[in-house]
Design a protein around this ligand. Structure first.
Ligand code: EPS
Length: 367
């Protein structure tokens, strides 16, 4: 059974849900580690006042007993605390009683850059809210919960994954980034940015050149591009080496008693869709958030009249959150690729297969 993930949940609905399949039995999960990752995703300068309402936590409904995975589907739930303010507006069933709280009025002013218009047209929604609720980056809380579990599985075979901010609105370094966010907030504007994820301890041979579906770089690009607001993905020095010669852009192979090694890592740890034993390095670029306090031009969905786009409570920048989300995405795909390589419906078998493999090949993890 390959490692799989299905998520569900609307931004202001009762909860977000993640169901993981194919997790080996016998993996000990740490509730605090998942909580820690959920809190990391919520932190960051420039987030919306929504984050003062939410204190994300995880509930487990299935697949775990006394902290140990059972080898059965693992069902995770992250409740939306803000739902209490939207209980009528986002009621799963036809609500009873007088309309009350948020979400009563239909939204008909699509925001440029958001899912609003495409979603309303595609699905025939007259209330844009029916599209924007699921498209919301709130969804990433369920991805982070699943990614946290994936990181625990990877840790069992010595792989660690961490995400970091590279730049926000073109500004590098924390102080410059804060200033850029403050300036954008003053101008009632938003910012995007770039994040980087590094995975250490990945042995050669995860993924494969055999088919497109198996290529590890394709899987990482898929999961990162599938994340809200991401518009570009880069593996290693992908963009820079497109302008250089081959002699300057490939990582030469050296061999010592530890096995093969490279002095450079311009390939970002992946050659021909297969991990090569170096640290995996991927970057994702995020567009500026489309909910603007000084809205762009739009046209009303019902009347067709020119209007300004919807103005809602929103973040100024969520690049720090993306660093945590991208880490979770990469961790999940690496865990899936490791599960493909090492099998193991029981954790001990997964670990033993990894050990036998790394003993067979001339490679040792960098220290
Ligand atoms: C989001 C809009 C904002 C963000 C939200 C993503 O939500 P709200 O409209 O409720 O203020 O806060 O992100 C989260 C709630 C979160 O937990 O990350 C959007 O439109 O994508």
């Amino acid at each position: 059974m390959p490692l799989g993930l299905v998520t569900a949940g609307e931004s202001h609905g009762p909860a977000l849900v993640a169901i993981l399949t194919g997790l080996p039995a016998g993996l000990e999960l740490d509730r605090d580690a998942i909580r820690h990752d959920l809190a990391r995703r919520q932190a960051g300068y420039g987030r919306s006042p929504r984050q003062r309402i939410e204190t994300d936590d995880v509930e487990v409904l299935a697949g775990l007993r006394h902290g140990m995975t059972l080898g059965t589907p693992l069902a995770l739930v992250v409740p939306n605390r803000d739902h209490s303010n939207w209980a009528w507006g986002m009621s799963p069933w036809l609500p009873e009683g007088e309309p009350t709280g948020k979400g009563r009025e239909p939204v008909t002013l699509p925001r440029p850059g958001h899912a609003d218009l495409a979603g309303a047209l595609k699905y025939g929604h007259e209330d844009v809210r029916n599209a924007l609720e699921r498209a919301s980056a709130r969804h990433t809380a369920s991805i982070v919960a699943a990614g946290s579990v994936a990181k625990t599985l990877l840790a069992a075979i010595g792989i660690s994954v961490s995400g970091a901010v590279v730049e926000i609105g073109g500004a590098q370094g924390e102080e410059a980034a804060r200033e850029a966010i403050d300036a954008a907030r003053r101008d009632r504007d938003t910012l995007g940015g770039v994040v980087e994820v590094r995975a250490r301890g990945v042995p050669p041979g995860l993924g494969s050149y055999a088919t497109k579906d198996e290529r590890l770089d394709a899987r990482l690009a898929w999961t990162l591009m599938g994340t809200q607001a991401v518009k570009a993905v880069e593996v290693g020095d992908g963009l820079a080496i497109a302008r250089e010669r081959g002699s300057a852009s490939h990582d030469e192979l050296l061999r010592d008693e530890g096995g093969y090694r490279r002095e450079t890592n311009r390939a970002g740890g992946i050659e021909a869709g297969t991990s090569n034993g170096e640290t995996i390095v991927v970057r994702a670029a995020m567009k500026p958030l489309p909910t603007l306090m000084r809205p762009l031009r739009s046209a009303d969905l019902t009347t067709g009249d020119a209007a300004q786009a919807l103005v809602e409570r929103s973040d100024v920048a969520a690049v720090e959150a993306l660093a945590v989300v991208a880490e979770a995405c990469v961790a999940f795909e690496l865990a899936a690729a490791a599960r493909d390589k090492f099998g193991g419906d029981a954790l001990a078998d997964f670990v033993a297969a990894h050990r036998a493999y790394v003993e067979r090949i001339p490679w040792s993890a960098a220290t």
